[in-house]
Design a protein around this ligand. Structure first.
Ligand code: 7TS
Length: 408
């Protein structure tokens, strides 16, 4: 009910694609931006734009206040103990690479283990492959069950005294389900390891409390939660960040610079070398204000409801195969229409105004687990409606009819 007027906040949705109203169901790739965020960015550029942490002039201090204010918004949003635990990065991929290049290379030795799952997005896989190779450490996979998930019992078996890092997505971008990260954090800590949680698909849909989860690192992107592209977050526990070395060196991040050596600022600033992503951070702050104004509980309920509604309707269509467990999807459903390549399916849906994603979703190991090279995926967000789902289902049925004569 609370979301009834929300679409007015998203001018982009008010357009026709190939003569049909746009139905945007590619939210797991990126979400649309509300006026509240667009106007905040415009206001910043029109009135306050300056570099941060240097000038004593008025615009400089306004920009600095806005940038550091955004850090406080993120810290409160995640229930971090301090805003010093929030590092601004370019996005999830950059945040994971920062932990892998700085923390992991410092702690992993030959024979140590990094526990991971094969459902991970490539961004939470390749950085660990690189660390494992460089440090002669082992990537240890928690075995996947038939439906693509893993059990907490298998996670418990995989995490041992050899484990240095456990890394897993909170919500999978293919399965749409949540992993038991709180229990996994406890298991990691029992063995003296840390847990890195890829929250790219969870933060937009559910209330995340990093202290309650007990995670050491928590990572997400602004663009998947109504914020701008080019901004993301690395949350890290203060005592861990303090011990980590920066991986980028230059302006902004220094304390004292000599001819042959230099010292750094404290965290988080030592990790933000160069002019930071000022407008991006401010835009992300505005996006969080927007989402909190609605309530993450309302958003979670809405997204789950729409996904459930779509799944029920899709079950009625013969030849649709859905991937992942039956229940518990947070906002997306991954599927195939028998004998139709997902790219063809997405093209025909687009000609009916419906935007979905087709491909391997940067999850090639998980695709192989399912024995497919690609799938289609519909992903929902707060501005989607049951009417959107109806238009999607109609287009899906039309697509089936379209290909039927030649294939079925
Ligand atoms: N981790 C997960 C779970 C993701 O879903 C994504 C992006 C990333 C990491 C990388 O985020 P980025 O902002 O650094 O690119 N996922 C997708 C997707 O599913 N379709 O397009 C992007």
């Amino acid at each position: 009910m609370e979301l009834i007027n929300i679409r007015k906040q998203f001018p982009i949705l008010n357009q026709q694609i190939h003569g049909y109203p746009l139905v945007y169901l590619d939210n797991a790739a990126t979400t649309q931006k509300p006026l509240q965020v667009i106007e905040r960015l415009q206001q910043y550029y029109e009135q306050d734009n300056a570099n941060v942490h240097r000038g004593v002039h008025t615009l400089g201090s306004r920009a600095t206040d806005a940038y550091e204010g955004a850090r406080r918004i993120v810290a409160n949003f995640l229930n971090a103990k301090s805003e010093k635990e929030v590092i601004f990065t370019r996005g999830t991929t950059t945040s994971i690479n920062l932990v892998a290049s700085s923390y992991a290379r410092a702690v992993c030795k030959e024979g140590d283990e990094i526990v991971i799952s094969a459902m991970e997005h490539h961004s939470n896989l390749l950085p660990w492959q690189q660390v494992a190779k460089a440090m002669k450490a082992k990537l240890k996979y928690i075995p996947l069950q038939q439906d693509g998930t893993f059990s907490i019992e298998d996670a418990e078996k995989a995490i041992t005294s050899r484990t240095k890092i456990v890394t897993v997505s909170h919500v999978s971008n293919v399965l749409g389900i949540a992993n038991p990260v709180k229990q996994m954090a406890a298991l990691a800590h029992k063995h003296g390891a840390v847990i890195v949680v890829d929250g790219a698909q969870s933060v937009p849909h559910i209330k995340v409390d990093v202290q309650d989860l007990g995670c050491d690192f928590y990572i997400f992107s602004g663009h998947k939660m109504c914020g701008p592209t080019g901004i993301g977050v690395l949350y890290g526990k203060k005592q861990i960040l303090e011990k980590m070395e920066p991986i980028e060196f230059g302006g902004e991040m220094i304390d004292h610079v000599g001819l042959h050596d230099a010292t750094w600022k404290e965290s988080p600033w030592k990790f933000e070398g160069g002019t930071p992503i000022i407008a991006g951070a401010i835009g992300l702050g505005a996006a969080i204000d927007f989402l909190e104004g609605i309530g993450l509980d309302v958003i979670e309920k809405h997204d789950k409801h729409l996904t459930g509604y779509a799944v029920e309707r899709m079950k009625q269509i013969e030849d649709v195969t859905m991937y992942g467990p039956e229940d518990g999807r947070f906002g997306l459903v991954t599927f195939n229409l028998d004998k139709v390549h997902p790219h063809d399916l997405a093209t025909v849906l687009d000609s009916n105004g419906v935007a979905i994603r087709a491909g391997h979703h940067c999850c090639q190991p998980l695709m192989r687990h399912f024995g497919v090279s690609a799938t289609a995926r519909a992903s929902f967000y707060l501005y989607n409606t049951e009417e959107d789902v109806d238009q999607f289902i109609l287009a899906l049925e039309k697509t089936k009819g379209f290909f039927k004569e030649s294939i079925f």
